[in-house]
Design a protein around this ligand. Sequence first.
Ligand code: NAD
Length: 475
Amino acid sequence: MPYTSFDEIEQIHTELHNTFKTKLTLPLAFRQHQALQLARMLKENHTRIADAIWQDLGKPAFEVYLSEINPTMERCVLTAQRLPEWTQVENRENIITKPHQKQWKPRVYKAPKGVGVVIAPWNYPMALSFQPLLGAIAAGCCCVLKLSEVSSHFAEAVADLLPKYLDQRAYRVVLGGVPEVTRVLELKWNHIFYIGNSTVARIISAAATRHLTPVTLELGGKSPVIIDPDFGDIELAAKRIFWGKTSNSGQICVSPDYVLVPTKTKTGHRRPELMEELVKAFKKAYQESFPEGSPALQSESYAHIINEYHYKRVERLLEETKGTVVTGGGKDPKTFKMEPTILTGVTPEDALMQGENFGPVLPLLKIDTVDDAIDFIGSRNHPLVLYVFSDDEEVKTRIREGTTSGALIFNDTFIQLDVNEMPFGGVGESGHGSQVLQYTFEEFSYERSCLTIPKEIEPAFKPRYPPYSQEAFDL
Ligand code: NAD
């Protein structure tokens, strides 16, 4: 796959800034057409794209359609439909409290920031590159899409397809790795939308600061799960956690990263057996998903780890962690497949409990009470998501008020990404800014205040000009 040359990157930079000045991307009809063209591209090429993602990740076609192709197509159409509503000019006359200012025509416009850059990761290569691109299109921005070099088949397919559907004067693909991103970041853009890990996010932020460019950072999670010991259906909890953990082999920013198991109930009753119940329920979920004759390592319903580097990274985390494997543990270095692996006896100091594991590995940690779980989460970086299994409104409130996370989901995992109308984003170490539909549109827009001061009111302004008199204080 030939990477974009530095000369070409500079040329793209100049061309897109020139295009933005021509106002090509401003009319709503243009933006709607481009959004629908993106949907058309997916409709006409979905098998090629699904195949490319299969080659990169071994991601089952069902998962590609469920979490990438179908939602992206739906969001393209919704963007075209809802754009007139999002871009409505806000008339603030009704909320202005100083009566004379009502005649100043107070209006707020949603204006495009200019030329944006999207720097995308490999794990959901389509959803996570097209969603921000769609936001840029909706906002009326020009945009460069820097696809991840790690998911190279997908990147190659998109580099070939996108120019056939989108207006090349406004939207361009850049291919490459660290040197190419570094060159991109040396240039001045009007917004940078980065999705990836928090180490690189610091490099992106530092580069953006040089030009005072605003950034959206959608970062990793280390998303915990708390199981309320009074929760009525442990089997259901295990099944739902297992689904979130096995999808894309755990390579999801919102994947449940570890489970906290408080064993003391609200009434002080101890449930030492809870951990065993949970382990039993996970084993059952494992057997249901990967029945005999179709173990995970052979299953076509189960993705592999993206490449050798990440396979070895997860392998090392497992080797350096004490604890007992209660399901899974099998792996194949030739296919980079690793069975969904659940461990007990893991401690907060273990390797697996440091960074996000971003693989099919789930440690279970015994803890005393729900309040201890709240303290534990509070003592670490803010996660992208906190999952809680509870039937108790008081417990839910206590957890909501006592913790900080990008999202808080009760009684399921991963499903929140299916809800188009909710903001999706992190807080603190898990990022800032948010996305999905209108929220992505807003990241690429800014609120432009506009007032028209009538000429005729000049006499009323007299006291504001020096020399000042008592009149000014009487105003
Ligand atoms: P990656 O390696 O593909 O990197 C992402 C992008 O950053 C790529 O385009 C890459 O070229 C670029 N990049 C990598 N190193 C760079 C450097 N040194 N300087 C400049 N650019 C560089 O993807 P990744 O970071 O491994 O992605 C996985 C991470 O992303 C996980 O932490 C995951 O949780 C997070 N993620 C977050 C979200 C979210 O929406 N919050 C979604 C998906 C993934």
